[in-house]
Design a binder for this molecule. Sequence first.
Ligand code: PPE
Length: 313
Amino acid sequence: MAIDYYENVWHNGKFIPWEEATLHVASHVVSYGTCLFEGIRCYETPQGPAIFRLKDHAQRLADSCKIYRMELAYSVADLQQAMTELIRVNHAQHAYIRPLVFRGLGDLGVNPLKNPIETYILCWRWGKYLGDEALKNGIDVCVSSWNRIAPNTLPSMAKAAANYMNSQLIKMEAVANGYVEGIALDHTGNVSEGSGENIFVVRNNRIVTPPLANSVLPGITRDSVITLAEELGLPVSEQVVPREALYIADEVFFCGTAAEITPLRSIDRIVIGKGRPGPVTRELQERLLAIASGRAEDKYGWLAYVHQPVAAR
Ligand code: PPE
């Protein structure tokens, strides 16, 4: 199997082996995509493994469930503890953590309400999301012919599995045309986000990113970037980004848990800036990874150290 997984999986409060973390094909989620999930990185640090912005991810999962009227049996604190224990029992030094809350086996038909809610948390070793050279040299991307999910159809503030059918269309088209990733416009034709990343545009030392109303996931890395940019004296403005602003930017980068901060060196074969990662992107990338890996002081309290009592966090 290609997944470099850790053996223990958390299921409704108990640890089970990876091989037993299976479900019936009649589960509601299989037909209807009834699943809310998260993606969180645990970094190796000199003080042992640390989960990056654990509480914020747990809160976003709770928010996603609320939007979909899914009553989560676990509090945000319970989820934080479960993920911390999962890293501990797996003796992991670093991991990508994937909590999933979905409707299981009970009844078929669109109405989900009669189906049990299952909570699983898996983790595995995940390297560089967009290729080994991506962080260093940047990637070549396109603007997708597929729009991002429109407002009042699938809510983009919820991290729902079903949203990723739209992401898959964007990703597959990009790959089929020889690009690493695609940027989606929203239903009005303005920039939204990548298939699995938020996007930032830099021009003349001004940084902009599309606001949440342009069908973007409220990314936690996006939030970290906004904080770190402010620290560098370059406050980010959340404003509508027309497509063509991408082409004439000095720098454009993607950010996300998996993608971290990935520079874009060309968009639709138009070279961005000098065609290599620019100074703002590099500085933000270095700062984010220094904090995440415990090399720099954690001044915002973003790291949840796994081998400390939960109360101390
Ligand atoms: N937008 C989308 C659509 C998205 O999927 C992600 C995360 C982001 C923005 C960035 O959010 P955040 O991780 O909170 O900074 N995408 C996750 C899933 C990738 C996957 O292939 O699965 C991720 O980066 O973990």
